[in-house]
Each structure stands twice: as C-alpha cells, then as structure tokens.
Design a protein around this ligand. Structure first.
Ligand SMILES: [Zn+2]
Ligand SMILES: [Zn+2]
Length: 301
C-alpha cells in the first residue's frame, strides 16, 4: 500500500499566530494528494513539510472565508510553475463561483495545467470516479459551507499462499476477480476461497459550523474525522455567536457519528496551549488527536 497519511499544513482559524498557519490539510491517499482548504501561506508550508506540491490532484474548498481559500490562487500558480500533468479537480460550493474565479485568475501567469471545476449545488453524491466517492452536505455557518466525505472503494485482497496452493497466477487472478470463480485442473475455485474484501477507508472533513445533524450524517462511521474545534467549552458563547464548535462539541460529534479517530483543528488564536483543547475533547471521545502545524498522522489501521 502506498503512503496514506494526513499532513497538517496549518491549524489556525481566521487569524494565524506565530505558531499556527492558516489551515490546510493534505491527505496522501492512493497516489493522489487531496488538499483541503488551502489558506494563506499554504505553498510555503509544503516546503516546511518537505513535500512537493506536485502531489496535489484535488482541492476541496469548504467555503470562501479567507482562512479556507486564500491559498487557492498561489497553489494553482505553483502547480502551473511545476507543469503538473495530472488534472487538478477543484470542489467548492457553487454559490462561491465568483470567488473561485477571482482566486484562480487573481494574478498573471500562463495557465498550462488542466483545472476541472466541480461547483457543488446540492447535498449528496458529488462524484464517484472509481477512485474515490465524494459526498457533500451543507453545514451551518452563516454562508454556504460544505462538509465533505471521501471514501475509497472496497478492495479485494488476494491471499498469496492460497493462490499458490490452487496454482492460480498471472492473468488467471484477474479472470478470477472478474468471473468470481475459475476452473483450475478440473476443479472450481471461488473468489472467496483465496481472498477477502478490505473495506475502503473513509475520511470526513467538517469545519466552520455549529453543531448540526448534517455534520453527524457526513461523518457517520468514517475512519477519520477532521473537525473544527475553534473554542474551549468555557467560550461556548463565542462558538455560538460565530457559528463554530467547541472541543467538547467536536468530540460529541465524533461520538454520535461513531468515527474511529478524531483530529481537532481550526483553533482560535486566543489559545496558546492546544493540549487543553485535546484534554477537553478526550473526556468525551478518547481517540482524539490534536492538530499542530507540520504534524503527520498516518491513517489508523
Ligand atoms: Zn475558518
Ligand atoms: Zn468560516
């Protein structure tokens, strides 16, 4: 299996701090790079993370507040500079088309890459291209804001020993996968006898919203949930006023949705010690990780 991890390129909310850049999350998954909400300075964060920006194949924009999109223009410019050959798919709420265009064409450069836009008009299935299934819900943040879920298809995993035992190899393996059974030396062998199905991983991304049922719905049963946790519970009034969540609420969301692992992020500049947010979340949902700039989290097994 190729590398499969989540790299935190930034974890601040609206206002970056000396220690935290505007948010941006890179998910390296099956030879693709899924970049969520590139805020200002994302291009440089790639350098600090020692990852080539050319890995990016899809960009997701939850909404068009600056901390979630100011890096879109510079990322596209950079991918042009690097002359990437893969198409760059961009997913964003359709109501922000004008903002996307401004970001895309905000500076002068020769566009030589292929950008495929996916403006999302309604909740539900956005795309299923055989590599990933992408779903969206609209969250509650005052402006149109999308919560994403990305799922890879289930995969058939062959057992080498059993294949050898039955004398199945080369193109026969592909045939067995297609036909579900194959005749070898006069004996039928079924797919189940020599393989098992590995359920595809799924990742949900929920930022900038108040606690809502759509957020639970999109995160339901996900392996990993990246979730905003802008405030501590003691500042709940601010979370409500600005339509954000507290660490406790993020944990409650992870619990209600039955996810495997929670990564909290999008922290208000008012907090220096992020562990306090982690502690608060872990009281409700123990398997909580706290984002930190340039930290890498492998997908949980
Ligand atoms: Zn934000
Ligand atoms: Zn916002």
């Amino acid at each position: 299996m190729s590398v499969r991890d989540i790299i935190i390129l930034g974890c601040s909310s609206q206002q970056p701090t000396r220690f935290r850049n505007h948010g941006a999350y890179l998910v390296r998954w099956n030879d693709e790079g899924l970049l969520f909400d590139p805020g200002e300075g994302t291009q440089r964060q790639f350098i600090y993370a020692e990852i080539a920006p050319t890995v990016v194949s899809r960009i997701f924009i939850s909404h068009f507040h600056g901390d979630h999109c100011l890096g879109v223009g510079s990322m596209l410019m950079r991918l042009n500079l690097d002359k990437v050959t893969q198409p760059i798919h961009c997913y964003y709420p359709a109501s922000g088309k004008k903002n996307f265009d401004r970001l895309r064409y905000g500076c002068v450069y020769r566009e030589n890459i292929t950008v495929v836009e996916h403006p999302v008009k309604q909740a539900g299935l956005v795309e299923d291209d055989g590599k990933f299934k992408i779903e969206a819900v609209f969250l509650e943040h005052g402006i149109e804001n999308i919560g994403w879920r990305v799922t890879e298809p289930d995969m058939i995993k062959f057992h080498k020993e059993e294949l050898k035992q039955f004398g199945i190899d080369g193109p026969q393996v592909r045939k067995l996968e297609q036909d579900k059974k194959i005749k070898v030396d006069g004996r039928w062998v079924s797919l189940e006898e020599v393989s098992h199905v590995r359920a595809g991983d799924s990742l949900a991304y929920v930022v900038d919203t108040r606690f809502c049922k759509q957020a639970i719905e999109i995160a339901r049963g996900a392996k990993v949930l990246i979730c905003e946790s802008t405030y501590l519970e003691e500042d709940r009034d601010k979370a409500e006023e600005y339509m954000h969540m507290t660490a406790k609420q993020a944990a409650q969301l992870a619990k209600d949705a039955g996810v495997q692992q929670l990564i909290i992020t999008h922290f208000s500049a008012r907090y220096r010690d992020l562990e306090e947010l982690g502690r608060e979340a872990r009281e409700v949902f123990p398997n909580t990780l706290v984002a930190e700039d340039l930290k890498r989290f492998p997908f949980p097994r």
